[in-house]
Design a protein around this ligand. Structure first.
Ligand SMILES: *Cc1c(COP(=O)(O)O)cnc(C)c1O
Length: 363
């Protein structure tokens, strides 16, 4: 049975991308691979707004999120938390044996720049982690305001997760002063899972070079050395490189400005439509994500029944809430290749399915 994903990752992958992946293997030390690798750098750098290389890691985003802690946290890391992924990053810091502080906001509340300033001003930190777009609750923090505060502390390396924002909206890594930018393949880029993006400033690379226990698989220094030869440290997921090459062609053909505008427009279409059905956006006003909408289940809809109807009658699925928000919220992605037409089809299906979905009685 086939159905289309409107969950916020992994998301639907186009036939074109899937076809690109079925090309024959090439050696990862061959001139063909070097040409493929090098051909993607300029477009990736434009998307990330950086002159630094964009390394391509064969792992999910967590591979480079964890690896980055191991590369730059010597003293202590401040983990900004406002949802499931950012909460997890604090846990991962501890699992890596790092000294870490949890800077907590409620899920759905943006990360507070002033709280960051107060913490960093103690001088205890040499790194900070931040999730730009908290996918679990559809909350997008004010990256520019936060980076302005972090840049008052030059000793602090900023590791920023842009897994569900990079390529969907302008993110200028160099201008913002982001030291380490990480992202993944299966969300905003509409690729299959398995590839992570990592762009590291000279300052972060220099820090990494002094870290004794940074390991091998995500060693920035290894990535840089191999990057200079147009390669990756270990055998990469070459099929995903083909997929990325194809996707970058799509992005270039559409144009970044048009791509950003499309995401904003489709996001607004979904938000207006679902709000019109009596649901309220879950995150704080003004901090809704541009790549997904997370709605509070204010109508007490039986979300698992809703998704069953959507899947069997309309061949699509949305998300019924992440972690502790399961059943309390639902999320709809507008990432990747969605169009006005495909979003309309989804919304028409959603309205029909909602009309026949039972409401849960509150006890
Ligand atoms: C999905 C997601 C991750 C984790 O990505 P994996 O590819 O599963 O490792 C991290 N951060 C954000 C914001 C995400 O949405």
């Amino acid at each position: 049975m086939s159905y289309k994903l409107f969950i916020p990752g992994p998301i639907a992958v186009s036939e074109k991308t899937l076809r690109a992946m079925s090309q024959p293997m090439i050696g990862h030390r061959s001139t063909d691979f070097v040409a493929l690798y090098n051909s993607m750098q300029a477009e990736l750098q434009a998307i990330a707004g950086t002159k630094d290389p964009v390394y391509l890691a064969t792992s999910s985003a967590w591979g480079v999120m964890e690896g980055s802690l191991r590369n730059v946290v010597k003293k202590k890391v401040l983990n900004c938390m406002n949802g499931a992924f950012s909460d997890k990053w604090y846990d991962v810091s501890l699992r890596c044996g790092k000294a870490a502080t949890a800077l907590k906001s409620e899920w759905g509340q943006p990360v507070d720049p002033e709280a960051i300033r107060r913490e960093l001003a103690t001088g205890a930190y040499d790194a900070i982690t931040l999730i730009h777009n908290e996918t679990s609750c559809g909350c997008m923090s004010d990256l520019a305001a936060i980076m302005r505060v972090i840049r008052e502390f030059p000793e602090v390396i900023a590791i920023v997760d842009t897994v569900t924002s990079l390529s969907a909206m302008p993110i200028n890594k160099d201008e913002l002063g982001i030291d380490v930018l990480v992202s993944g393949s299966q969300k905003a880029f509409a690729l299959p899972p398995g590839l992570a993006f990592l762009s590291v400033s000279a300052k972060a690379l220099a820090r990494a070079a002094t870290m004794p226990d940074r390991g091998y698989y995500c060693d920035y220094v290894e990535f840089q050395k191999n990057h200079e030869a147009g390669m990756t440290p270990s055998t990469p997921a070459i099929s995903l490189f083909y997929a990325l090459r194809s996707k970058l062609d799509d992005i270039t053909a559409e144009g970044l400005t048009q791509r950003y505008a499309r995401h904003q427009r489709l996001n607004r279409t979904v938000r207006d439509f679902v709000s019109g059905h009596g649901f309220k956006l879950f995150p704080k006003d003004g901090y809704g994500s541009v790549t997904l909408n997370c709605f509070a289940n204010t109508q007490n809809v039986d979300l698992s029944a809703l998704n069953k109807i959507l899947k069997t009658k309309h061949q699509l699925v949305i998300d019924g809430g992440y972690g502790k928000l399961k059943g309390k919220t639902f999320r709809i992605s507008n990432m990747g290749d969605e169009t006005d037409a495909s979003i309309q089809v989804m919304l028409t299906s959603l309205a029909a399915a909602l009309a026949e979905t039972p409401r849960l009685t509150t006890t």
